[in-house]
Design a protein around this ligand. Structure first.
Ligand SMILES: *Cc1c(COP(=O)(O)O)cnc(C)c1O
Length: 400
């Protein structure tokens, strides 16, 4: 029958030429050219002996980067939220109680996922823009006796780095709760020690401080956490993210479960090789130094950071929007005039902060000077009370 198909036009499109942006928002960050090259190498099958070797290498590199000996360390197929849902959806069983924080966007996402897993959610309060107070976490643990405690190590929505992690995990373990940490914006960017800090489960993302495109996301679980997962009475609600099934593929058996995103596994392997080459501690130090120069620049031009130094997050700098300035317009102008991506605030900090990432391959002197120069120029042209020259001078001084 000559129908709709015949009359449908062939869509006319041009070859893909995306704009050449400098990515300094909350992620993705600029991808290292070596990672892009790894992604253009030929596919092999997901059970090819050569790929099995690549899987082993990725797992070893992930352990190095997480600072863990956990056998259960894999890249989950999907973005950071897939690793997050794999963590929460497997560890939280129906009827379990999970304690989550209220101090940012991603604590809220933890709560949604825990509810979908059949868990009951209780909260420990802290305002957006502040870290959790260990004493309040202890009180909440005593009051609610949760099975699982989740916290966000690096809150990308607020630019807050959670200090005192060993204190939080010790308190949770005193109450027999397992600890799930969101390390999406900390892995490979700020100090993170899964084993030494006694974190039971940590999930992360590749497109923040690892400077890798999204698609395969780090996850690690201790034996204790995995024991809970493997002795569940009820299957997790997701088949795709069921860790007891994924064990067949990433464990010793190497049996088909789903087709691994081969190209993304190549990518994260190369991104993690870059971490190992640089050295994990050197990499944390570089982020602190480069983000420190960025911070010096924004403060030097007359702007204010949202977080005090004690819990400043180098990989995501929350900067107060100056009076009378529309944050969305500034972000739009930076993109238009400078091909530079930064982000505005969300949730309780909507309209109040800029979020400037300093992650992975984007954490370089030329990027930092560029961002400070561009931000100063755009703000000045909009009539903000800033001194762009003083900002650039401060950044340059900090980089010397
Ligand atoms: C980006 C991010 C996520 C979610 O990762 P996606 O890759 O966007 O799914 C979770 N937690 C934090 C803290 C993040 O910054």
């Amino acid at each position: 029958m000559a129908g709709a198909d015949d009359s449908m036009d062939v869509p006319e499109t041009d070859e893909l030429t995306p704009p050449n942006r400098t990515l300094m928002g909350p992620g993705p960050s600029d991808v290292h050219p070596r990672v892009l090259r790894a992604m253009s190498t030929p596919l092999v099958g997901h059970l090819d002996p050569s790929f099995v070797e690549i899987m082993d290498e990725v797992q070893e590199l992930l352990r190095y980067t997480f600072r863990t000996d956990n056998r259960w360390t894999i890249p989950v197929s999907g973005t950071g939220s897939a690793a997050m849902e794999a963590a929460i959806g497997n560890v939280v069983e129906p009827g379990d109680t999970m304690l989550v924080p209220t101090n940012g966007y991603f604590g809220g996402r933890m709560a949604s996922m825990a509810r979908r897993a059949g868990g009951e959610v209780v909260e420990v309060d802290a305002p957006w823009g502040e870290p959790l107070d260990p004493a309040q976490v202890s009180d909440a643990l005593a009051e609610h006796d949760p099975d699982v405690f989740g916290f966000v190590h690096a809150e990308t929505s607020t630019g807050v780095l959670q200090p005192n992690v060993p204190e939080l995990t010790a308190a949770a373990h005193d109450h027999d709760a397992l600890v799930i940490a969101d390390t999406v914006t900390s892995i490979g960017g700020v100090e993170l020690r899964v084993d030494e800090w006694d974190v039971d489960v940590a999930y992360a993302g590749p497109q923040k401080c690892l400077s890798c495109p999204p698609g395969a996301s780090p996850l690690t679980l201790s034996d204790d956490a995995m024991d809970k997962v493997l002795s569940r009475e009820e299957d997790p609600r997701s088949w795709y993210l069921d860790l007891s099934l994924l064990e067949g593929y990433w464990g010793d058996e190497r049996a088909y479960h789903h087709t691994a995103p081969i190209t993304n596994v190549y990518a994260i392997r190369e991104a993690l090789r870059l971490v190992a080459e640089e050295g994990i501690e050197e990499r944390w130090e570089r982020h602190e130094r480069l983000a420190g120069a960025l911070k010096a620049g924004v403060e030097g031009m007359g702007l204010e950071m949202n977080a005090p130094d004690e819990y400043w997050l180098p990989s995501l700098n929350a900067v107060r929007v100056p009076d009378g300035i529309d944050d969305g317009e500034v972000c739009g102008e930076l993109l238009e005039r400078y091909d530079l991506e930064i982000a505005s605030g969300l949730g309780d900090l909507d309209g109040e902060i800029f979020r400037i990432g300093c992650m992975g391959h984007s954490a370089r002197p030329q990027n930092v000077i560029y961002a400070v120069t561009a931000l100063g120029d755009v703000l000045e042209s909009m009539g903000a009370d800033v001194d762009p020259g003083a900002g650039v001078t401060a950044t340059r001084g900090a980089l010397e």
